[in-house]
Write a protein that binds this ligand. Structure first.
Ligand code: PLP
Length: 269
């Protein structure tokens, strides 16, 4: 029998007790796409499918010890960073990334919870910009997150160029926010800026509901695609397809947002 290989993705992220977003979204996505998720929890959040009411960052020394043990033992093929939790944890992740320059990094800059409520502070956003963006292979902000991360740009393109100039190799600016004037409302307009200087517009049919965990699903699918050796462009287009499929299989377990149906995915790779 052929030995089973599952590339390992190290995930830094928060726990969402509703199960729609955060670490659970990462584990489901990475597992169903043929990878293995090794998870370091950066924060415990208090939320449901409607809103966030608070969060508690994980103890710094536990985060560092957990990440070091996993990095020493498992062969980590990609790192995915979601919710960071605190400035100290951001600094620790920065140090770990500096020690492992060969591992591709996917950064989902988590600032707001899906249903509203904040999962980061302004100072933490600045720490992410300074310490993590320069070591990022691809970041996946939505437009609102992009505007928080960029300080100078006055357009989506300019904000994107600013993050690239800080050392972020590639950027996928997702367009799930409300459509801009001139954009067709039945399409979601994403913008991919790549290391070779290309700018590509990627469109998907806009689905009817609001979803909790779509950003986590997308960034984790890109991470596992990079972990199996796909190019950034391929990782992004396949990640967008997987996420759209999961959203179109979405379900509403509570009284708020829909959750992506990640486990409905059939095609194991
Ligand atoms: N990470 C955690 C722990 C969260 O609770 C959330 C949203 O609530 C997110 C990430 C981001 O969620 P989304 O994928 O909906 O942007």
């Amino acid at each position: 029998m052929k030995p089973v290989t599952r590339p390992a993705v190290l995930v830094f992220g928060g726990h969402d007790p509703s199960g729609g977003a955060g670490i659970q979204a990462d584990i489901e996505t990475i597992g169903v796409l043929g990878g293995h998720a090794a998870t370091v929890i950066t924060a415990l959040t208090i939320q449901d499918s409607r809103s966030v009411s608070g969060f508690l960052p994980a103890p710094l020394d536990i985060v560092i010890q957990q990440a070091r043990m996993v990095l020493d033992d498992l062969s980590i093929a990609a790192i995915k960073i979601g919710m960071v939790g605190s400035i100290e944890i951001c600094e620790a992740i920065h140090t770990l990334l500096t020690e492992h320059p060969e591992i591709p990094v996917v950064l989902d800059p988590v600032i707001y919870g899906g249903g509203g409520g904040t999962l980061s502070s302004g100072e933490l956003v600045q720490a992410i910009r300074t310490l993590l963006i320069p070591r990022t292979t691809i970041a996946t902000p939505n437009r609102r997150e992009l505007q928080q991360l960029a300080q100078e740009g006055d357009s989506i393109q300019a904000c994107g160029a600013e993050l690239i100039s800080l050392g972020c190799d590639n950027l996928l600016i997702t367009g799930t926010d409300d459509p801009l004037p001139g954009e067709s409302p039945d399409q979601v307009h994403h913008l991919l800026l790549t290391a070779d200087g290309e700018s590509t517009s990627l469109q998907q049919q806009r689905l009817d509901h609001h979803y909790h965990g779509s950003g986590c699903t997308l960034s984790s699918s890109i991470a596992v695609n990079l972990a199996v050796g796909k190019s950034v462009r391929q990782a992004v287009t396949e990640g967008l397809d997987f996420t759209w499929e999961a959203l179109s299989n979405g379900f509403q377990p509570g009284r708020g947002q829909y959750f992506p149906g990640r486990l409905s995915h059939q095609k194991l790779q």
